[in-house]
Design a protein around this ligand. Structure first.
Ligand code: ZN
Length: 713
């Protein structure tokens, strides 16, 4: 099926949905099998819990959803105890009835496999499935995500219930796809340290390194008499009187990521076999680094993201006015990470905040317009569909304050009409807009080896990888340039600039990729702590920045964690501007025929280089040795990005975000006002307002929390 045929079929399906007719099974089959899962139907829905809702309300719910424009629901992902009330006894009758009612109202169904919340009979009979946290404490059952990803019994029972579901619903009208498990990254401790994981780790090490001699040599186990003479001696990094071997700790983080991915892949392989016409994904919140999202999503059809911007406001403690300089880019970063988990392929928001959200404490009610704004922000960063979490608000359980589209009394939530408006508008944008790639001229290196290694040994306790990523991402996005998050292991020639904050671990492959990028004309901007370690967490035995010192044209004279001592940076040349404070970290640079653009102002290293720029091949390599505050970092990066040819799309004030997606000679420019005040945006060129279907140009007004989508071409 080509794109035009898809659009015709997709349009017919939507027309059927709008008219209240059943979601056509023939359309579903055509869309998903012949389109090879590349072109999906529009997915604008909600997360629904018939298992938590009295059956006499299902019909009323389905009718109300259909009237609201819901195209699909996700259901059943926490209903294991109802589907398998005793081991080996399965009961899907209730789920069949629920699916039948939803389908009759033209609502398609994404089924969740329930392995995130095992029933009590399971943990009672098989207590060995329980996770052991990083303090060696065995978790208690009674919540969710309290299980071990390695334990074979748990894997077997999870695969069994998922297989039973798949066999039952492979051909059921209305079922279109699967979500495997739920939020793999959200364990209470993030990683399991039980005896099964220890055995699994030893097996994984045996496959990776083949011999103990290699492990002993790479990890340097001669230190503290750690030499292993038997694989069974290798521990997991539980408390042991002093910090663990850094190489072991880094490999353990890799193993735990692998264990979760392989757990997921067992269900994936089964679903591919049982349900070949269904799409398959799994959902995650962003900005949690315990699992490598690229590995997790590699063989899934698309990434799925759970977006709760209100949580960021809660953690920032700034009350109801969620937008601020730091929060908006942080929320945007989560979307971009998820898009880049599948190399830019559009993702689905499986859960989008629809009201106050949380468990014992919960976020403020989003301001009027904000839920629509967040939905558009997701689309602006590459989403192809939105599911609001959740349809109703339950009156019981740990998430009884997690507010949905309906209140506790089943009346409409404050944002109900806003969500319906968003459904209508996004449907009217159509598949071309929703499947168009995001434009990105800048790559930001996001590499979990550096994140994990720096978490194991931060050097200075305030130095955190994610904080640096957020800070650099915010500075770069202020230029309106699209940003891809990349591991810097593959060709980067499509980008103008590669930014790499705290690239603490640099592998030989990454060094070679970066070298080729700069030689070919790219601009590489690296932060402090560059290339300190190799991928085995060994410190390099050459002057820093190790494998990249010829590219950067500098060697480190010294590196300094900063605590209470005063340090500052004075700028020169193209960076000339007010001096800036330097906290947390200072790499003291010794230039080798390299331009010095900033120097330190205090102490023994006053006058020594803090920022340098080196011409290498056809490109340039910039070293930011000083940790700068966000405003100073933004000013400095802005100058480098401008000189690399990065130009803003529109003239905006603080609080307005601009992104662009493009395909087939057509662009969609998203103007997002994250502030509570009206804004005016100046943009060159003539556009068409994609929502109002009218020409638009020049100074464009944005209401508080308002959105404009400008189409061109
Ligand atoms: Zn375990």
């Amino acid at each position: 099926m080509n794109r035009r045929e898809f659009l015709l079929v997709g349009g017919a399906s939507l027309a059927a949905l709008h008219s209240g007719r059943a979601f056509s099974q023939s359309h579903r089959g055509a869309l998903l099998s012949e389109a090879a899962r590349e072109d999906l139907p529009l997915l604008f829905g909600t997360d629904y819990y018939p298992d938590q809702t009295p059956e006499h309300l299902w019909e009323e719910d389905a009718a109300a959803m259909a009237a609201a424009g819901v195209t699909n629901v996700r259901i059943a992902e926490f209903a294991w105890a109802l589907m398998e009330p005793e081991e080996g006894h399965f009961d899907f009758r209730w789920l069949e009835r629920a699916i039948g009612i939803l389908h009759a109202h033209g609502i398609a169904i994404i089924l969740g496999t329930p392995s995130a919340a095992p029933p009590n009979w399971l943990s009672q009979k098989y207590p060995e499935v329980l996770e052991v946290n990083d303090q060696g404490v065995t978790l208690s059952p009674g919540s969710r995500r309290f299980t071990c990803p390695t334990n074979k019994t748990y894997r077997h029972l999870s695969l069994t219930i998922a297989t039973q579901m798949a066999q039952k619903f492979a051909s059921t009208p209305g079922v279109i796809g699967w979500q495997i498990d739920n939020e793999f990254t959200l364990g209470s401790s993030g990683r399991c340290y039980c005896k099964y994981c220890r055995a699994g780790f030893q097996e994984w090490l045996r496959a990776k390194y083949k011999s103990l001699d290699t492990i002993n040599q790479l990890w340097g186990t001669v230190f503290w008499s750690n030499t292993y003479t038997d694989f069974d001696q290798i521990p997991v990094p539980l408390p042991s009187g002093a910090p663990p071997n850094p190489g072991l700790a880094l490999d353990y983080d890799r193993y735990q990521s692998y264990a979760n991915v392989s757990f997921m892949e067992e269900q994936l392989a089964m679903l591919r076999k049982q349900c070949p016409s269904h799409f398959i994904t799994t959902n995650n919140v962003g900005l949690v680094d315990t699992i490598d999202m690229r590995d997790l999503y590699r063989n899934l059809d698309f990434a799925a993201y759970d977006n709760y911007p209100g949580f960021f406001a809660m953690s920032a403690g700034d009350g109801t006015d969620i937008p601020s300089q730091a929060l908006v880019p942080t929320i945007a970063l989560g979307h971009d990470l998820m898009r880049c988990a599948r190399d830019g392929k559009p993702f689905l928001v499986m859960e989008e905040q629809s009201g106050k959200a949380g468990q014992p404490v919960f976020s403020p009610q989003p301001e009027p317009g904000q839920i629509r704004l967040w939905s558009y922000q997701a689309v602006a960063h590459g989403a192809m569909g939105i599911n609001y979490f959740r349809w109703d608000t339950t009156n019981f359980g740990a998430e009884e304050y997690w507010h949905g589209m309906l209140r506790h009394d089943r009346s409409h939530s404050p944002a109900f009409d806003e969500m319906l408006q968003t459904f209508r508008e996004l449907k009217s944008l159509g598949p071309d807009a929703l499947h168009a790639p995001c434009e990105a001229s800048i790559a930001l290196c996001y590499d979990l080896a550096s994140s994990w290694a720096l978490s194991i040994q931060p050097g200075q306790p305030k130095l955190r990888y994610l904080n640096e990523i957020i800070s650099w991402y915010g500075a770069v996005r202020a230029t309106q340039a699209g940003v891809d998050l990349v591991p810097a292991t593959q060709d980067l020639s499509r980008y103008k600039v590669l930014c790499a904050p705290v690239m603490y671990v640099v592998s030989a492959q990454q060094a070679e990729t970066i070298r080729r990028f700069v030689e070919g004309g790219g601009v590489f901007i690296a932060g402090f702590r560059l290339g300190v370690k190799d991928e085995h967490s060994r410190i390099v035995d050459t002057p820093l920045p190790g494998l990249l010192r010829d590219v950067m044209g500098v060697e480190l004279l010294d590196d300094q964690p900063l605590y209470s001592e005063k340090q500052g940076v004075s700028f020169t040349g193209p960076l000339t501007g007010p001096a800036a404070p330097c906290h947390i970290w200072a790499d003291i640079l010794e230039p080798q025929k390299t331009e010095v653009l900033a120097t330190y102002t205090e102490g023994a290293y006053a006058g020594k280089a803090a920022i340098t720029a080196n011409s290498f091949g056809k490109g340039k390599a910039v070293y930011l040795g000083a940790h700068l505050e966000p405003a100073d970092l933004g000013r400095v990066l802005g100058i480098f990005l401008a000189s690399a040819g990065i130009k803003p799309i529109a003239a905006v004030k603080t609080g307005v975000e601009v992104t662009r997606r493009s395909a087939g000679g057509r662009t969609w420019t998203y103007l997002l006002n994250h502030s509570s005040a009206p804004q005016t945006v100046s943009i060159e060129g003539v556009y068409r307002d994609a929502l109002k279907r009218s020409p638009i140009s020049g100074a464009i007004g944005l209401e508080p929390y308002g959105v404009r989508v400008l189409m061109q071409g």
